[in-house]
Each structure stands twice: as structure tokens, then as C-alpha cells.
Write a protein that binds this ligand. Sequence first.
Ligand code: G3P
Ligand code: CA
Length: 295
Amino acid sequence: MDGRPEPDVTSSGGTLPGNLAHGSPPAPPGTSRDAAVIAHRGASGHAPEHTWPAYELAMEMGADFLEPDLQMTRDGHLIAFHDPTLDRTARGRTGLRTGPVNERTLEELRECDVGSWFNEAHPDRARPEFEGLGVVTLDELFARWGSAVRWYPEVKNPEANRGMEEGLLELIRRRGLQAAAVEEEWILIQSFSPASLLKIREMDPELPLIQLLGASALEGRRVEDLLKEIGDYARGVGPHRQLVDRRFMAAARQAGLLVHPWTVNDGEEMEGLLALGVHGIFTDFPDRLVELMGR
Ligand code: G3P
Ligand code: CA
């Protein structure tokens, strides 16, 4: 134990979760109404990930955090985009819709249609207005909702994109969000890369960091040892949902870490995780989690 109080997102930020409705039905026994609803790539179960409709829906549904995965363009812009390559989610002009994101300028990427793939993949949820949607930059997201919602940016591919961390911190400062990020945990910066998180810590020791853990993170490791190490530099962990059990939660409590599993879309699984005491959940369907918690 490093002496830090047990993590409690409700006591750290004043307004989190902030949208508890009086008179709403009670949450199922054993679950919490206070866990953070983290809109994974926006409300990406309902609309194409990382597009304006996905983020707008997440806001309408009462998400506490918006998650933009970050990739960097050839000319150094941070965009909300999951994959390092365009192939899965970009459509449009041949020659521009495939290959690494970081080999294209923002102007080139603006030509890509990042909505149509969703209609192809999910005919049951397809909408004509998703066709032709464009990429969104982190700066545009901050400009639109900077202090109206919390942020959960993920530094993706930092090994291949030098300067991402500097770019992210510069945007946070320029948009006037640094103080709230530190004082209210308004922004949680996540990455699978410990090196990237440590670099951010070096640049700004006060920003809250979340270490992501893949499904195999505990192979050959004691959870207690791993989380103790992470507790030295991070505010919390974002574990693959299958890693979380009573022992994981006890180790996290001991290390003073928040626990935000990903990516959970099934109601029963959400209930089980809330009963274990997780502090928030990444989901493609923020409406399901909000409803489950009876907000
Ligand atoms: O950031 C939490 C979770 O989103 C990690 O997985 O691949 O969806 O970014 P991924
Ligand atoms: Ca992510």
C-alpha cells in the first residue's frame, strides 16, 4: 500500500457521474450507480466509431467519459481513429482508403468516408446519414465539448508515432483542460504502452494515467505484483474484462488503483462487474449501462 486513499471516482471530481436522476428505478442489488460510463469510441454500437454521430449519441445517452483512440497523421495531427491502418473503416477514393494512417496528411484523410463500413457491417443498425462521414480530430472534439464531458484519450501506436504525447499534452493545455484534468480527473490518459505513460508522467507528473492490460497480461505474473508496479505511476488500470475477479479487485484496492474494464456490452456481465466493485466500464452501448445503473 502506498498510502493513497482507496480510489473513488465520486470523491475525486465533484461532478462525476453527475447525472443521477431522482426518482429513477433502483439499480439491481449489489450494483453501483456511481460507476463511470465510458463511451468506447463514442456510442460505437449505435453509430460508426469515432464519428460525430457516435460521440453525439454518447452525450445524449449520458456518458461520463468519451473515449477517443488516437492516431497521428503524417503532418502531426491527432485524430480519433482506432486502427493504425485505414483498411477496416475507411472507404472512398481508391489509393487513399488503405494503408497506414500515419502516411496520410489530415487533408488527405478528410477525403475518406469512415461511416459506410458500419452500414455494411451492421445492416440492422445502418442509417443513410452514416455514409460519407469524415474523420474527427481531437482538437475538434475538445473544441466542441471540452468541459462538458470527461475525456479518456488513448495513445495508440506511440512507438510508430513520435511526438504523440507532446501533441496530446499541448492540446490539453491549449484547450484549457489541464487544471481540471489534474484537480478533478477530468481527463484520464490511457495506453497499453508503459513507456508512453512514463513519458507523459515525465512531462507532467500530475496528469492521471491509466495502464491498459490485454487479456494475457497476467500470464506468468502475480496480479498483486503487477498492480503494485503499476500503482507507482498510474491512477488506474483498464483491464480486459476477463481479467477482473475478486482477487484482481483486491489487488487493485491494495495498490490504490481505479479499475475500468473494457469492452463490456452485455448487461449481465456489466452487472457482475459492478457487483465486484469496478469504478467504471468501457462500453459500445452507454445507454445499456446508464439504464442498468438506474440513473
Ligand atoms: O481503451 C480501452 C479499450 O478500448 C482497449 O482496446 O482496442 O478498443 O482500443 P481497443
Ligand atoms: Ca481504446
